[in-house]
Design a protein around this ligand. Structure first.
Ligand code: PRX
Length: 659
């Protein structure tokens, strides 16, 4: 039976730009489709003129004389220019007389009796970031050293990132939901000597033991010299003398003056680890000038931000993912529109938390993920209905394809049928939006991310790189460089080439299957590799398999995605037990294995279904037939040719096996 929330209701309606939006937004970034088409053509045919003009609006110490140099797969943007991202986010606003405007509106999770709200102006940020930057210098952080950040969503997280950018120390932010082992791999790969964390983080009324997780990780990381700890939950933590330092002690003691380092445009700004098909998570490299220009310009255009028009922007992502990097911090601050940062869960203390926040802060722009929208639908219409959401002008979604039901629900229940929805398609690797409607301009169709952003030469091609006719599914590729593109995988040139550039010469292969319809709109069909998108969070099936086989009861495991009502994709694990395991293959073991995965990776990787099987379906050459497993997990009759299956009885047994 199809599920009422995730089933693909047909929805062919076209939603034209909203009159309410056009009247209230202040100024339209791109006014009509003819302008879009003209600007798009220029951005592709003459990127030097197009991006050169946009980049000139930023502060450069030494202006760039070249815009782009392209020697596939290596791109350099604004290569001889020098700049500093923190200066463009913070100092420039202060210097231009806007220092007392609000830059960040932060709300903590605990909210009794009153919500805990902090508003930081650009001047506050300049002072706090400078002191933090000086604190980092005082513990030996130098330009080029990679600093790891593992924190909850507190203002100090943004301050820490900006402090790193200020002194030219790239950061590597690890999502606070990851387990100690995930920290070990990432710190090790980045060779970080300094980690910034919190004593704990608030999540649904409980404390996440962030410092304890770092301590556990550091047992395997003797190279870590200092841990800087923000006091947030006041929970007891162990502070090792000489290594561990309290943020409030060391930062407060610093000078409030710290000059910005003059960075080369192609200097590393940050690493962000993300999952791939094979091996450990890869550190995606983003550099200074191109990323800065691309995130700020996409934010300004896709969200139609206008400074000085009382816009308030709220993105519900965690900064531990690329969405938070690009569209809570780096894309937002240069646009001088306040960005809301929320610490906790969407359903704490009740399911109306986001709507209470929208009303409280008069949010005009709201950006979330389809998985969250499906949860809101399930929780019920009464929650948004209780609050005044009339400040909203624009809604956005990101992270996975949005099913038309969720789109329509969002449109009606949150947007009062008058806010455009921008379905923004992009990736950790792309730095910013690559395919998205422009509000007030692009007619939208629920479920389609519509048209490429400026500078994105996106196409659907076959395995040879030939462009496919409308409605034929193929590979999503980008054929030209764009400023926000990744510059590499940290320390692994071969993997960079192999993953993105080897399949079709000279083209960036995104890893998604997609089609274009007759009007040229893109429809993303999902990942074509062994990456799954669980609640909009990216996971490699192999990471979950490795976690499962590290349990003594398991000899082999195969993990695939399966349809899930809220998460979009859930995790199905097929597990073969070790002959030496003498216990029962029952629910208690399922729970133990799920716990084990949570402990190894984090709660986002917890399997939704575990099936025990004596054998996994394999081809004669020993490859696990994942498509078959996907069909079984989804309860579908398999369409896959099984003639290469080594042992036919495996299939029958798998179908019989109970959940
Ligand atoms: O499969 C696409 C999906 O998310 C993948 C990228 O994941 P990540 O690097 O974690 O970044 C997520 C946030 C930018 C893509 O390869 N994806 C992202 N946005 C969309 C999407 N799929 C369909 N529609 C989207 N709007």
């Amino acid at each position: 039976m199809s599920d009422p929330i995730t089933s693909m209701l047909r929805e062919d309606r076209v939603f034209e730009p909203s009159a309410h939006f056009l009247e209230n937004i202040g100024a339209i970034a791109v006014t009509d489709m003819a302008s879009y088409t003209r600007m798009y053509r220029q951005s592709i045919d003459d990127p030097t003129t197009f991006w050169g003009a946009i980049a000139k609006d930023f502060h450069w110490y030494r202006p760039f004389s070249t815009v782009v140099q392209w020697n596939a797969p290596d791109a350099k943007w604004f290569a001889d220019g020098t700049t500093n991202v923190c200066a463009n986010c913070v100092d420039r606003q202060v210097q231009s007389g806007h220092g007392d405007e609000v830059a960040i509106i932060w709300e903590g999770e605990p909210c009794a009796p009153e919500p805990d709200v902090r508003r930081l102006t650009y001047r506050d940020l300049q002072r706090d970031v400078s002191q933090t930057a000086n604190a980092l210098k005082s513990i030996g952080v130098r330009r080029g050293d990679i600093v790891t950040i593992y924190m909850g969503m507190v203002p100090e997280l943004t301050i820490a990132m900006l402090a790193c950018a200020r002194i030219g120390a790239p950061h590597s932010v690890i999502f606070g939901g990851f387990a100690p082992n995930a920290i070990v791999d990432r710190v090790h790969d980045a060779k970080s000597k300094v980690i910034i964390t919190c004593d704990g983080g608030w999540r649904r009324g409980s404390v996440v033991p962030l410092k304890k997780n770092v301590d556990d990780a550091c047992e395997k990381l003797p190279e870590v010299e200092h841990i800087l700890v923000v006091q947030r939950t006041n929970t007891p933590v162990t502070m090792r003398a000489g290594r561990d330092l309290w943020w409030h002690e060391i930062v407060a003691a610093q000078s409030t003056e710290c000059p910005c380092e003059e960075m080369n445009s192609e200097d590393l700004l940050f690493l962000l680890y993300t999952s791939g098909s094979t091996g450990k998570p890869k550190g995606i490299c983003h550099t200074t000038g191109g990323y800065m220009v691309y995130t700020a310009y996409t934010a300004k255009t896709t969200f139609n931000l206008v400074a000085g028009r009382n816009h308030v922007y709220f993105c519900t992502a965690d900064i531990g993912w690329i969405t938070g990097h690009s569209y809570i911090v780096y894309g937002m601050l240069p646009n001088r529109v306040p960005t809301v940062m929320y610490e906790g869960a969407p359903n704490f203390p009740a399911e109306d938390r986001f709507w209470a926040m929208v009303a409280r802060h008069k949010v005009t722009h709201f950006y979330t993920a389809p998985t969250a929208i499906r949860a809101f639908m399930k929780w019920g219409d009464q929650h948004p209905a209780k609050h005044d959401l009339s400040s909203l002008l624009l809604l956005g979604t990101v992270g996975e394809p949005i099913n038309p039901q969720a789109w329509i629900w969002y449109h009606q229940n949150i947007g009062a049928a008058r806010c455009p929805i921008v379905d923004t398609m992009w990736q950790t690797e792309t730095g910013g939006h690559i395919i998205t409607p422009l509000p007030g301009c692009t007619p939208t169709v629920p479920g389609s991310c519509t048209l490429p952003f400026f500078g994105i030469d996106a196409a659907i091609v076959d395995d040879k790189g030939e462009e496919l006719p409308p409605n034929q599914g193929g590979l999503l590729v980008i054929r030209k460089p764009w400023p926000g593109m990744l510059r590499g995988i940290h320390g692994d040139r071969d993997r960079f080439i192999e993953t993105y550039w080897s399949r079709i010469a000279g083209m960036y292969v995104a890893g998604d299957g997609a089609r274009r319809d007759e009007r040229g709109y893109f429809w993303i069909m999902g990942r074509i590799d062994d990456v799954i998108n669980v609640s909009g969070h990216r996971l490699g099936t192999m990471e979950v398999e490795s976690a499962l086989v590290s349990h003594p009861a398991v000899v082999e495991a195969a993990v695939v995605g399966m349809p899930h009502e809220i998460k979009g994709t859930g995790i199905a694990a097929f597990v073969t037990l070790a002959p030496s395991f003498t216990g029962a293959a029952d629910d208690s073991l399922r729970r133990q294995l799920a716990e084990h995965v949570t402990k190894e990776i984090g709660a986002i990787a917890r399997p939704d279904m575990i099936r025990f099987t004596a054998l996994l379906p394999k081809t004669r050459s020993g490859k696990i037939m994942r498509r078959l497993l996907r069909d079984i997990a989804a309860g579908r009759d398999s369409t896959q040719d099984t003639t290469t299956l080594e042992d036919f009885t495996v299939l029958a047994k798998l179908r019989e096996s109970d959940e």
